[in-house]
Design a protein around this ligand. Structure first.
Ligand code: NOJ
Length: 533
């Protein structure tokens, strides 16, 4: 029997450092705060943490504007704290991933400051031009803020290229020194003991005239170099891509040969499943499995040595960039009725509010997360059904302090002032929604999610097994088998609000322990079952 690499069957937890736990009472989450709550994550069953950007940064883009790749933001602690976190996590059998942001730096990064002055070796570290019409086919991503991908720099007397905020100049990957520098950044953290990276904004590394400057062959070539370095020097570690692209383009980030699972992937071990995510919400709103079934067909097969990272929500808006304009309008109507809930081409809301705080629907979506192929990534706070605050600017409303208990500031911090306020409304406020209350309540969402995690970890085939969709006349019924050749699990989901009568083979319900069938079974509105047959 071959052992699977750890990340293929891991349960990931995306942890927003700034908002998770404040240990030094300054109102900002920090690394020691994470260490203090590792027991919670361990008891929850989490196998790996993905930390949001921890680097020094002026935080125009909440840390995705890095001003020093080799250090820790003083708000979050020190390099020594980082080492302590790695040791403490490893001691509990947990892994830690960090964000790697290779596409751009902050405009405050010394490399950019030197480049503006044409100081060697940094003169060509960024993409400079006299002409702001170059690469005109590249779209603008932060549509609500930026009108061009070029910004003028007075000091250098040239324009520089940026795919995100103007304070985030893109690095120039045509310069071999930039490529080397980024590989060295990776080595620095992996040498400290880090277990991998979630790699930000990978499609945009290179620019070429006459293209949309995304997914270029040159970009893939560099990513293969990254992977080759990892294989040679850190074979235990994982690379997870953030590529929000159409199915075929997303698949290419695994490398290998699309359509040929036996050809090993040679780019990312894992890709965040951006094609699937919005279709889960679409299928639920339409009470129709077909958006999910179609996208899964278009997104397979993947190399055998690869894995999807599936997710429901993250620290960004629910992106609708890759659905049709009609689908986007419809999704906005259904899921973002107020204009302030929209941002760029997406929806800035958390899971529970998106689903009207309907417990059945929330559980149903988590059930899909845990039973569809891939390793699930849980966004901090969604396990207790946290709310959001769409009055806050940018994406801050989905990055509010973790609600630990019903004491001051939700137990997140004892500071008087918090840069991001805790949620304190009657429905999602921390007096009602918090970890402590849910931990001791066997019927809470938190305990339900904990159960899902434990079953999912006991049945790795839910992450890696084959999937067989069962055809059925009722569109709201999404039934499929997951199997590893020896064990077979029947997963039933009712995406609609009417109960369904179905017939099942004999089996055991993995969540309740009940014996089932053979024979008729009622699946209530938004109900689901995981049945070992
Ligand atoms: C994707 C990150 O998830 C997002 O938060 C960030 O703003 C952009 N990349 C730019 O780094």
């Amino acid at each position: 029997m071959t052992t699977l690499p750890w990340w293929q069957t891991a349960v990931f937890y995306q942890l927003y450092l700034r908002s998770f736990a404040d240990n030094n009472d300054d109102g900002i989450g920090d690394l020691q705060g994470v260490i203090a709550h590792l027991d919670y994550l361990q008891e929850l069953g989490i196998s790996a943490i993905w930390l949001s950007p921890h680097y020094p940064s002026p935080r125009v883009d909440d840390g995705y504007d890095v001003s020093d790749y080799l250090n820790v933001h003083p708000d979050y602690g020190s390099l020594d704290d980082f080492r302590q976190l790695l040791d403490a996590a490893h001691a509990r059998g947990m892994r830690v991933l960090a964000d790697l942001i290779p596409n751009h730096t902050s405009d405050q990064h010394p490399w950019f400051q030197a480049s503006r002055r044409r100081q060697e070796p940094y003169t060509d570290f960024y993409v400079w031009s006299d002409d702001n019409q170059r690469y005109g086919d590249a779209r603008i991503i932060f549509l609500d803020t930026e009108t061009s991908n070029w910004a003028w720099d007075e000091l250098r007397g040239q324009y520089y290229w940026h795919r995100f905020y103007r304070q985030q100049p893109d690095l120039n990957y045509d310069n071999p020194l930039v490529q080397e520098a980024m590989l060295d950044v990776m080595r620095f953290w992996l040498d400290l003991g880090l277990d991998g990276f979630r790699v930000d904004a990978v499609p945009y590394l290179f620019e070429r005239e006459g293209t949309n400057c995304e997914n270029l062959p040159e970009t893939h070539a560099f990513l293969k170099r990254m992977r080759a370095m990892m294989e040679a020097e850190y074979p235990h570690a994982v690379l997870m891509s953030e590529a929000n692209q159409p199915p075929m383009e997303t698949l290419r980030y695994f490398g290998g040969k699309p359509g040929h699972p036996d050809v090993p992937g040679d780019e990312f071990h894992m890709c965040l499943h951006f094609p699937l995510m919005p279709r889960l919400f679409m299928a639920l709103a339409r009470a129709d499995r077909s958006p999910i079934v179609e996208i899964l067909q278009r997104c397979s097969p993947i190399p055998k040595n690869a894995q999807w990272a599936t997710f429901l929500r993250n620290h960004d808006e629910l992106t609708l960039e890759m659905v049709t304009p009609e689908e986007r309008d419809w999704m906005w109507q259904v899921y973002a009725p107020e204009p302030r809930m929209r941002l760029n081409l997406g929806i800035r809301r958390r899971l529970a509010p998106l689903l009207d705080n309907d417990r059945q629907k929330i559980e149903l979506m988590f059930s899909l997360l845990f039973t569809l192929p891939g390793a699930p990534v849980i966004y901090y706070g969604d396990e207790i059904g946290m709310g959001d605050n769409s009055w806050l600017p940018d994406r801050n409303g989905v990055r509010t302090p973790m609600q630990w208990d019903d004491t001051l500031n939700a137990g997140f911090s004892v500071a008087r002032d918090l840069p991001t306020p805790v949620i304190d409304d009657p429905v999602y406020g921390y007096h009602r929604v918090n970890v402590r209350a849910q931990w001791s309540d066997p019927n809470s969402l938190l305990q339900r999610i904990r159960q899902f995690i434990h079953v999912a970890r006991a049945y790795p085939l839910l992450a890696t097994g084959d999937m067989e969709v069962i055809q059925h006349d009722e569109p709201a019924l999404f039934a499929f088998y997951r199997t590893d050749g020896t064990t077979k699990v029947l997963c039933l989901h009712n995406l609609g609000e009417s109960a369904l009568q179905i017939s099942t083979p004999a089996g055991a319900d993995l969540l309740t322990g009940e014996r089932i069938g053979p024979g008729p079974l009622q699946l209530p509105a938004f109900g689901f079952r995981w049945i070992k047959v």
